[in-house]
Design a protein around this ligand. Structure first.
Ligand code: NOJ
Length: 718
């Protein structure tokens, strides 16, 4: 439809129809004539008058169902404005890719583009138009279960992935029927809940919000994301969904977002328990005036918007603007011409979970894995040796992880079967040893027997899928006790042990590291997880992932992240004596640092050169290093560039990631890797909230992780 016609359509709408567009409901009332919700879930019951006017649907899927819902709706509705279908397709629809934290560990934004594109195809043919992804919240606390949905603790890395995910989902144009709209979330700062407890208070200065937390959302907006979802938390004491400063002044006016804002599930009504609204009516008032367009799964707009307009507390113009944004999105997606868009049962059969999609799932899973430790155990050689494979993830346990909605854990490749076929000449003995949180004497004995007959032991351990994701915060982030006991018992046999970890967050590895000669972090690797792990264990694939989030030494250090500030009493400068910023019982440093990850080959970094030691507003500096593969396998290395601003108006982080390159080298091969540093990369948020770079000195660090050594210094002259 021509965009000018949308105004005519809006003019034709009654207030009830307009407010209907602003409400998102379940698909059930359209599929079931006797639809009724009773009992404790009755608060979810869609009011019957809303059924013919609602604007969008949450969580319906499948071409048959979504077409039916659309048909029933169009028949009931007066103006026949098609419904928009939205759902949580987070790391794949049916073909499940590694969790986003694993995708972040690839340090290769192309993996996000590829996986999002495939997710979009599978999602589109099932009749869904919008995915609630990417989640780009900066995260620093692994107790928070939702770190698995993010790409980690660094804003620069998150920006690259935010842009890549949006590009992958949305493609170049909606004339491609398999492109879907993306919804970046959760605006804002949802990733900083106190104590790592989900939905908890977030408390930070506006300066910090601007400096660390906003840029990844901005990257998604600049990439053209169509929607933004509000967060459950407060921002400066006001829940995001009712925070006009946040949604209107900052997001729309300053950050330039022109699309649709949707509340998180029930977040409008949650303003009541938050204690900023006395009742549903006041909650609606706050959300509407904050310019939150769509209310997800509660009905306060439907019930009270009219009263607020009649009373003059909400300007109808605000409602019109919200409706227009929604109509524009529906129009962009071509729904007025074809309300089913790509929904097709034939295409579902052909395209969903196709071999090609699974092949990408395999490659991305391999690329997401991080080798944390390797004392000459891996890769496993196919030399006739006997391998014991032990643990809940060897077979049967869900490798898809949380937010896998349509994924079927049983269809994922099994580690046991994959390892057996990879090690053709040897013998693979299998024993479960333990379930996720419990074991039996018999299981333990079987495991000890298998290990004692083996030359090398692979332990496949981790968290269950339910232990991370939404509402899955943990105060203790070690392995469940039964698995720790199992590992310890097996270690008593003195066999070489490689532990593969399946988990949705950085763990405290105190019960793993001392008993493992090698540790491979596999995250929740998805549909092809078993085969991907087997390929990495046997060296068919050389691991190249790097940590997107620090692994703490102990939970008491949290938050522990690489780009922290210095203190006035740095421990490093006061080795003796008490009055330094340190713990009495643990170091200040994580067990495994941000950016860290090993390979089966080794890399040598040459001396780093800077093209100049003075930077001006017009003159950039080239930072170069020559990387050599000094081992005997092909391998990929992520060369990382960090800077430190030595003196600022506001304290500056010890290191800040400013660039990275993933480079593949053959044995003996060398490559020059260069980065260009310019003044805009040195900008930070000052006390008065202006953004600028200060003249002065900067240290440069280039290397294989955030532990990179000091490599040079330059001055910015202004
Ligand atoms: C709540 C979650 O916070 C959000 O991420 C998700 O998209 C919505 N529920 C919809 O399921």
């Amino acid at each position: 439809m021509e965009e000018s016609k949308l105004q005519d359509l809006l003019n034709e709408m009654t207030l009830e129809e307009k407010v209907g567009q602003l409400t998102q409901v379940f698909g059930q009332p359209y599929l079931d004539d006797n639809y009724e919700v009773t009992g404790p879930m009755s608060f979810l019951a869609v009011p019957s008058e809303l059924v013919p006017v609602a604007g969008s649907i949450l969580g319906a899927s499948g071409a048959e169902s979504t077409r039916k819902i659309q048909d029933v709706y169009l028949e009931k509705s007066r103006l026949k404005i098609p419904l928009l279908f939205m759902a949580d397709v987070i790391h794949g629809y049916k073909t499940i890719f590694p969790i986003p934290l694993g995708i972040g560990a690839s340090w290769n934004p192309d993996t996000a583009v590829k996986t999002a594109k495939i997710s979009a195809v599978e999602t589109a043919v099932s009749g869904i138009h919008v995915t609630f992804s990417p989640m780009v919240d900066l995260v620093r606390d692994p107790r928070w279960g939702r770190v698995m949905e993010s790409t980690g603790e660094d804003k620069f890395l998150n920006e690259q992935f935010a842009e890549a995910f949006v590009r992958g989902y949305q493609g170049d144009s909606y004339s491609d029927p398999y492109a879907i709209a993306s919804c970046v979330k959760h605006f804002a700062a949802y990733g900083a809940p106190e104590g790592g407890r989900d939905y908890n208070t977030v408390n930070m200065s506006e300066r910090q919000l601007r400096e660390d937390y906003l840029s990844a959302y901005q990257a998604a907006i600049d990439a053209g994301t169509e929607l933004v979802m509000t967060s459950f938390n407060v921002v400066d004491g006001i829940p995001s969904t009712g925070n006009r400063w946040l949604l209107k002044d900052l997001l729309r006016d300053e950050m330039g977002f022109e699309g649709v804002v949707i509340s998180d599930w029930g977040a409008v009504k949650e303003m009541i328990p938050h204690g900023v609204a006395a009742d549903e009516k006041e909650a609606a008032l706050k959300a509407l005036n904050a310019t939150n367009d769509i209310e997800m799964m509660t009905f306060t707009y439907h019930r009270y918007a009219k009263d607020h307009i009649d009373a003059g507390h909400v300007d109808e113009k605000l409602i019109d603007e919200s409706v227009m944004r929604i109509l524009k999105l529906k129009n962009k997606l071509g729904l007025f011409e074809n309300p089913y868009r790509a929904a097709s049962q034939d295409d579902e059969k052909d395209l969903i979970f196709s071999d090609a999609h699974r092949q990408t799932a395999l490659e991305v899973a391999e690329e997401s894995m991080v080798l944390l430790k390797n004392d000459s155990v891996l890769p496993l050689e196919d030399n006739g040796q006997t391998v014991a494979l032990i643990g809940p993830f060897a077979e049967g346990e869900d490798m898809l992880g949380a937010w896998s909605w349509k994924g079927e854990a049983e269809t994922a490749s099994s580690l046991h079967a994959s390892l057996k076929s990879a090690l053709t000449s040897g013998n693979v003995l299998y024993a479960k040893g333990s379930a996720i949180t419990e074991t039996t004497e018999e299981w333990m004995e079987e495991a000890v027997k298998a290990a004692s007959e083996a030359d090398v032991v692979i332990m496949a351990l981790g968290e269950s899928a339910e232990m991370s994701g939404e509402a899955a915060s943990r105060s203790d982030i070690t392995l469940p006790q039964s698995q720790a006991d199992l590992l310890k018992k097996i270690a008593e046999l003195g066999k070489p042990i490689a532990t593969v970890l399946f988990n949705g967050r950085p763990l405290d590895l105190n019960t793993v590291e001392p008993y493992s000669d090698a540790i491979l972090e596999a995250w929740f690797p998805g549909t092809e997880g078993g085969e991907a792990v087997a390929n990495v264990l046997t060296g068919k694939t050389n691991p190249s992932g790097k940590l997107p989030m620090s692994f703490p030494e102990s939970v008491g250090q949290i938050p522990v992240y690489y780009n922290h500030y210095n203190t006035g009493r740095p421990a490093e400068e006061r080795e003796e004596g008490r009055y330094a910023s340190r713990y009495l019982d643990v170091s200040n440093y994580p067990k495994y640092a941000f950016g860290y990850g090993l390979s089966y080959t080794s890399f040598d970094y040459s001396k780093v050169t800077l093209s100049n030691d003075i930077m001006t507003s017009d003159e950039t500096i080239e930072v170069s290093v020559t990387l050599t593969n000094t081992g005997n396998r092909v391998g990929q290395e992520v060369v990382q560039l960090y800077i430190r601003d030595l003196v600022g108006e506001v304290v500056r982080p010890m290191k800040e990631l400013k660039g990275f390159r993933k480079v593949q080298l053959n044995p003996g091969e060398s490559k020059k890797v260069s980065f260009t540093l310019s003044e805009d990369m040195l900008i930070y948020v000052h006390q008065d909230l202006t953004e600028k770079a200060d003249a002065g000195e900067f240290d440069v660090f280039v290397g294989a992780s955030s532990l990179a050594e000091h490599s040079g210094r330059f001055s910015l002259k202004k």
